[in-house]
Design a protein around this ligand. Structure first.
Ligand code: AMP
Length: 411
């Protein structure tokens, strides 16, 4: 598969793919789409940000559009570990379905269930869900999955990490035995291997890159810094660099505290963690995506599956609990071939943890000196107000420019 035009897609789908403006399929797309179009099960290991969504969305949509007299029943289920990712997957589907007659519904926790059920009853063919809420709907007999032909398990390893195995098994048991399964995972650990053995039939294995390694175009920087100097170091990095920053803290309270401190320093900051309502989380993510907030502070669980383009910088303000989380965090930058930097803050006492991470990743982090202090006489440019509602996501460079000009706006 050299380019999308060689694929056997319906004219509407082909036109929608053209509109996305992608020149060439990514490796995971090139290897997964052809067998999936033939109806084969696919198990793919690919790092985050490699174009997995299109790799499963295209074959799934082609299968449904090729059916004459498509019934208004649920034909496909896409399961994702987080609400945010489910919403983002739905956004990709929304760009691909115009003119195909296919409808989607999102089923996730923390949001109004009546609206989600209404979408299903209006005849959704594809349900994009987190396992918990879909399982709840199944148990209450609010949805029927007997007509499902395709199931997609996105970020399967994350779903298992998050304790979704019982819900996942309950959902998979409700599906017809004859179906197509497309499973994507950053790693195929023991637990995922079990899932594959029990629920996937004669799959085509697709393995892109080494899944325990961050993308090569990401600079991995290391700063030795004690807790009380971390905020200062972060403000220096924000001053010395441009672009959007995603900052990881270990605890929800730590995220709140840091976001507040950054706001006090005049840096527009959004935050996402488990104690925030879904509405607040969506708003934070939206503000970060459209450039209203230059910084997003997040905890690991809440950040799983956040897919935002053009994150220039990931900061491990606190070290992750496990090396796998490090890979996952760092994977938020350097997406789709872009360059990125991941800066890790390490306390003296944490040197061993860093060594463990380096061993797992089979790479070395580059020790860096702190950038110079923000000059005391730094006169920020007047605050620029951007009317972000009118700016579609592809106009991000303009938003980036305003970040530069708004830096330290109220210091
Ligand atoms: P995903 O891994 O599906 O979240 O995709 C990561 C990013 O890559 C998204 O912003 C996609 O819009 C983008 N993308 C997906 N497929 C392609 C492609 N063939 N060429 C360029 N960018 C792509």
């Amino acid at each position: 598969m050299i380019d999308f035009s060689t694929l056997d897609l319906s004219p509407a789908l082909q036109a929608n793919v053209n509109k996305l403006g992608f020149e060439k399929p990514t490796p995971v797309q090139a290897e997964s789409i052809p067998p999936a179009l033939e109806g084969r099960d696919v198990v793919a290991t690919a790092q985050t940000g490699t174009g997995k969504t299109l790799a499963f969305a295209l074959p799934l949509l082609q299968r449904l559009t090729s059916q004459t007299g498509l019934k208004a029943v649920i034909k496909a289920v896409v399961l994702s570990p987080t609400r945010e990712l489910a919403i983002q997957i739905n956004e990709t589907f929304a760009k691909l379905i115009p003119g195909t007659g296919i409808r989607t519904a999102v089923v996730v926790g923390g949001m109004n269930e009546d609206r989600q059920l209404a979408k299903i009853r209006q005849g959704a063919h594809i349900v994009i869900a987190t396992p918990g809420r879909l399982c709840d709907f199944l148990q209450r007999r609010l949805v029927k999955l007997g007509g499902v032909e395709v199931i997609v398990l996105d970020e399967a390893d994350r779903m298992l990490d998050m304790g979704f195995l019982p819900s996942l098994s309950a959902i998979l048991k409700e599906l017809p035995a004859v179906r197509q399964t497309l499973l994507f995972s950053a790693t195929i650990e023991q637990s995922v291997a079990h899932l594959i053995k029990d629920y996937v039939t004669d799959p085509v294995r697709v393995s892109i890159g080494v899944s325990t390694k961050p993308a090569e175009q990401v600079n991995l920087h290391l700063y030795e810094v004690e807790q009380d100097r971390k905020h200062e170091l972060l403000t220096r990095l924000l001053h010395a660099n441009t672009g959007a920053f995603l900052v990881f803290t270990r605890t929800k309270r730590g995220a709140d505290r840091l976001a507040k401190n950054l706001e006090t320093s005049g840096i527009e900051t959004a935050r996402i963690h488990g104690d925030r309502t879904q509405g607040q989380r969506n708003q934070a993510l939206q503000g970060f995506k459209n450039g209203t907030h230059r910084v997003l502070v997040a905890t690991d669980v809440a950040a799983r599956g956040i897919h935002v383009d053009n994150i220039a910088h990931v900061v491990n303000f606190d070290l992750p609990e496990v090396p796998e989380d490090f890979i996952h965090r760092v994977g938020r930058t350097g997406r789709a071939g872009a360059k990125g930097t991941a800066s890790t803050f390490m306390k003296r006492a944490e040197r061993d943890v860093i060594r463990r991470i380096e061993r797992t990743l089979a790479t070395r982090l580059i020790k860096m000196d702190a950038p110079p202090p923000v000059p005391a006489d730094f006169k920020p440019a007047p605050k620029v107000i951007t009317i972000t509602a009118a700016a579609p996501p592809q106009q991000r460079p303009a938003a980036k420019n305003t970040w530069r000009r708004r830096r330290f706006a109220s210091r």
